[in-house]
Design a protein around this ligand. Sequence first.
Ligand code: DGL
Length: 252
Amino acid sequence: MKVLFIDSGIGGLTTLAQTVKIIPNLNFIYYADDKYSPYGSLNSEQIVTRLKTIINRFLNHNIGMVVLACNTATACGIDILRNIYNFPIIGTEPAIKPASEKNNRIIVLATPATTKNNRFFKLVKNCPCSVEITPMPALAKQIDNYYLLGDALSKDEIDITINHISHLAEGKTHIVLGCTHYVHLKRLIKSRTKKQVIDGNLGVACRVKSLISDKFLSIKPKQKFILSSKNKHFAIKYKKIFLQTLANIDNV
Ligand code: DGL
């Protein structure tokens, strides 16, 4: 049996890497819906349609669990999906709770679709300290481009965005990364802003571990990367980025 991880691009590789770090023999399929990315610019209905299409496609592939390795997909779709499918569906949400102590001042960076979502508002509402919400309309795509193309333009764009984040984070104590893509830049954001930078991946990985049984594990695990664009060159890069992310996890 396998776990199906879904994201719009390379963001969910950070969730996957954290999960494989604590469950090394996990059988999984990583599905990147790159043909329809960024999800953050779609509306909820479009996102739910994509998620249902993807999950239905894999129903006969021995899938026993789905991880929405994407805050946007979780915010827009998890309640609907849980009413349709009868296997566990794990979501990824901005890790506001671990940062919510009374005198903290939090800034949450997330996609426009997440910051407009009711599920997300509820999370923020229950927080006992000040929370500023900042939509980042271009960042997820910039990160995909930076890691997949590695050209000078993408590098410059990322640099400008991190300067912008440093500026936004002035006077704050914590930066919450409310999009799995941003976790790829965690170390960079931390060193530039000197703030506490938090993501939700460990929580997701632990939740998966608590629900996993031996039938999801193999000595030689079956691990596949599939892209909706069918770009084979990128699929190879995804595997490399996953392995690099996995190797660096302890340092982040
Ligand atoms: N990685 C996703 C998230 O956590 C979505 C990025 C996007 O496609 O906009 O929200």
